[in-house]
Write a protein that binds this ligand. Structure first.
Ligand SMILES: Cc1cc2nc3c(=O)[nH]c(=O)nc-3n(C[C@H](O)[C@H](O)[C@H](O)COP(=O)(O)O)c2cc1C
Length: 441
């Protein structure tokens, strides 16, 4: 099957340097209907990335990090179980879990409303899996049939999701061909019918995530945001590019500002936030109520915590600072993510056993596929996490050649052990044999 997106393909083309704001910071909280989101940061939905394992991993990322200097850094405080929310001052106050990660809201990958409404109950449950520690969580749907979308939104509400979101941004041909995702941006009257149908179907907050329009000749984001407000939606999120832009160029934040000016419901800004400084700059430039972060999260799972640190230190001292992950942090985070992937497979197998499902031939095939997917994700993430680490290309090569999960883990361990040795005895690094790349090639 063709991949829908890859991080490699969709990298930032020509990142513009945003001017650093003096006084702006990401807000402590905002509300989507009755749901309080604190801090005002959102993990963007990403197909193939933001499954339950990744979402929980991001929410808990700070807890896996060691503070290099607890006196000088907030890392320990961020990860400490006894958090006193007052330490954050007025800007960041949240539940302990969200404070620890700095991520206020997580979203599922997009889910086909047509598929969901046709699925058997048991399959649906597996599809909509999330854990208690993921709240608040939003379920994202795509589709173009108002009744099916309304029915699927009801299913999400019954499954306990806090928020339901409609995707009007996906540029994938396969989705657009069925008039879903960004395809709908060319049909505002149908969007209105969908908004009304879904709004009438659920009592949980309902939001929409969209692009600016189909192309530069058809920019509809302001009109669309007003329509959303008129139809009773509780917030809007704008990825400030058109469908034709794909992921090229720079996100045009001025359109987020235009949407913010046009509506009273909360506006979530999205596009090209790579650092805490970028997040603050987006708030400064657009006055958006919250920021949404996509591609930066798998490459830098600490991004939410860094934003929280930056916000808190700016509040206290006027100078925003945040921790940069060490090698030890990277090692811990890769291992933790792998352990979570493996544990999720074990959970699914235990659930199958509890349902007393006989292991049929097709069940066995599904299990094997799950294991292959797990190794695939290990490879994908190890490669993202090690970008920017000296010698990381050697590790990536070794990982891609690994045949199973254990071999992936062995490669990661060998790499970081070697790096620790090199750090302890830097002179050894001049020997060719001591090069991590050489060891792992
Ligand atoms: C791998 C990948 C998968 C994505 N899947 C979805 C999706 O399921 N739903 C959606 O609304 N947007 C999806 N997006 C778009 C992101 O949510 C986000 O709008 C986009 O990446 C811009 O934000 P960023 O610059 O912070 O990455 C995806 C993006 C990527 C890179």
């Amino acid at each position: 099957m063709k991949k829908r997106y890859t991080l490699e393909q969709k990298r930032w083309d020509s990142p513009a340097e945003h001017a650093m704001p003096e006084h702006t910071r990401v807000p402590a909280r905002f509300n989507i209907g009755r749901v309080e989101i604190a801090p005002a940061t959102v993990l963007a939905p990403m197909a193939g990335v933001t499954d339950t394992v990744f979402r929980r991993f991001i929410k808990n990322a700070s807890m896996f990090s060691a503070a290099s200097d607890p006196a000088a850094s907030l890392a320990t405080d961020l990860g400490a179980p006894h958090l006193d929310s007052e330490m954050w001052g007025a800007q960041v106050r949240a539940t302990t879990t969200n404070q620890q990660s700095g991520c206020g809201l997580i979203m599922t990958e997009f889910t086909s409303a047509d598929g969901l409404s046709r699925m058997r109950e048991s399959k649906r449950k597996r599809y909509l899996t999330y854990y208690d520690d993921e709240h608040p969580i939003s379920a994202q749907l795509f589709g173009s049939n108002p009744e099916t979308l309304a029915e699927s939104a009801r299913i999400c509400e019954e499954a306990g999701f806090d928020i339901v979101d409609l995707n009007l941004g996906c540029p994938a041909k396969r989705v657009v061909a069925c008039n879903g995702g960004s395809g709908l941006l060319r049909d505002l009257p149908l969007i209105q019918v969908i908004f009304k149908a879904v709004r009438a179907a659920v009592s949980i907050p309902f939001t929409v995530k969209f692009r600016m329009g189909w192309n530069d000749k058809n920019i509809v984001c302001v009109e669309l945001a007003k329509l959303a407000e008129d139809c009773g939606l509780n917030a809007v999120a704008l990825h400030a590019r058109t469908r034709e832009d794909g992921y090229t160029g720079q996100a045009r934040w001025e359109y987020i500002a235009a949407v913010k000016d046009a509506v009273r419901i909360p506006v979530i800004g999205n596009g090209d936030i790579r650092t805490p400084e970028d997040a603050a700059a987006m708030v400064d430039a657009t006055h958006c109520d919250a920021v949404m972060i996509g591609r930066a999260a798998p490459a830098n799972p600490w991004i939410f915590r860094q934003i929280a640190q930056y916000t808190a230190t700016k509040e206290g001292t006027g100078v925003g600072t945040y921790d940069i992950p060490t090698d030890a942090d990277r090692y811990r985070i890769i291992r933790t993510y792998f352990a979570m992937l493996v544990e999720e497979i074990a959970v699914e197998e235990r659930a199958e056993a509890a349902r007393a499902e006989a292991i049929t031939a097709s069940g066995q095939v599904a299990r094997e596929q799950r294991n292959r997917d797990c190794v695939g994700k290990m490879k994908q993430f190890a490669s993202w996490f090690t970008h920017g680490v000296p010698g990381g290309s050697g590790l990536r090569k070794a990982i891609f050649e690994a045949k199973n999960g254990a071999a992936v883990i062995d490669s990661v361990e060998a790499f970081f052990e070697r790096r620790a040795e090199v750090e302890a005895a830097p002179d050894a690094a001049v020997e060719p044999a001591a090069e991590p790349d050489a060891i792992l090639a």
